[in-house]
Design a protein around this ligand. Sequence first.
Ligand SMILES: Nc1ncnc2c1ncn2[C@@H]1O[C@H](COP(=O)(O)OP(=O)(O)OP(=O)(O)O)[C@@H](O)[C@H]1O
Ligand SMILES: [Mg+2]
Length: 449
Amino acid sequence: MRKKQQQEIRQLLSSRAHSSRDLIAGLNVSQPTLSRLINSMQNEIVVMGKGRSTCYGLPRDIHDKPGRFPVYMIDPRGDARLYGHLTALQGNQYWWEETEGNGELFNNLPWFLLDLQLSGFGARSFAYRRSELLKLPRKQSDWSEEDMLYATSKCGEDRIGNLLIGEDSLARYFELAREMPAAIELESRKWKYPQLAQKTLAGEMDSAQIGGEQPKFAVCVDDQDAPCHMIIKFSPAVESNEAQRYADLLVCEHLALEAVRLSGFSAARSRLVIAGNQAFLGLKRFDRRGALGRLPMISLRALHARLQAPCDNWIDAAIRLEQAELISPADARKLRWLSLFSDLIANTNQHFGNISLIPHHGDSYLLAPGYGVRPTLYEPIAGEIPVRLFTPPSIRNEVAADLPSALDAAILFWKSAAVDERISSEFRQICYENCELLKLRADGPKLII
Ligand SMILES: Nc1ncnc2c1ncn2[C@@H]1O[C@H](COP(=O)(O)OP(=O)(O)OP(=O)(O)O)[C@@H](O)[C@H]1O
Ligand SMILES: [Mg+2]
């Protein structure tokens, strides 16, 4: 009888975790009988929570190993602290136990760990270097959520933010910290960056373990005797129209970040290095401090997974987060402003990975400095540079108050790009025309609020 009931429990828990009440009803037994049964299966069942809210689940193996992982937080000094434990359960669920706090059952990978999954260029180059070693599908696009978690728990020592999953990643973090190469001197960037770009493309070195489609690597540079972690995006070294356009767009990203800052909003500090045909855009990381310290950050996408809200557009996201008191009215304005500014500089890349937040007091967030803003409308496609017409989208009434400042900043951006000799004359002409287009708009009728 007991064996049959144990089998019934396994059957019920194989699809998802259940409360005692569910199991009592499902098995048609009394509470004491259920307690005895659970006791007899304590080696194979995960008991979650206490008292009336106790739930039971069956653990899930990840790549033939128990799917229970410690999660560590690297603090601003570079020390690691245990943040909690993640247990994968049958039915694709996860049980999260915070070291100082309660547990929580998730139906998917917990939202605060989503950004540790790789995507874009970083994911492709990670897969190229590691898929054979980790016995994972060769192409990262074929990886399942379990593959991604497994890879992150094995080699996730240098992801964005301050979290890492798994003992193996922690061991690699300490190794990385011990063997960190000397910071790159400012003067040597012109010849070191092209070498590092070449190695990154050849798959000979770990590129940045971060998302985004643009090729990039991560370095620590010597900034007036202080170590400074940077992400370096780079254009192709070959001489071609396509390579030139990528270089033009990196110069534009540098100018756009400057225009954001001049309007009184924070944006990643950037430095541009031109070496031959190649442009290198260095972005100072706001999730790193000193040589080893790390700071938390979370993408707007992950925060929306927490809210179970759609990743629709930055303006609605700003309204949503302000209403939920997750960000301040000032930061909501900045997010609306960034959306407007992006529209006006032909940045078609307004996805929810391109905005990040920094955990603040209690359960609120600060908007992280802006990044990744450039006129992506003009990006080459499949080796071609299609002729693209820029028509700024119409402005929603609720952001009309922010329009004058965003328009001024966008005009400033196009104007500075139109005269920047690091940009090709062909693209400068496009920037000039866009500047004139926006000036006409600035002189046209407005909504008076
Ligand atoms: N200054 C920074 N400090 C810390 N993290 C950053 C910084 N800039 C970018 N990131 C992180 O790196 C990721 C990739 O950066 P970014 O979006 O600029 O790259 P990209 O290749 O241009 O992306 P996209 O595919 O959106 O065009 C971002 O999603 C963000 O998580
Ligand atoms: Mg991006």
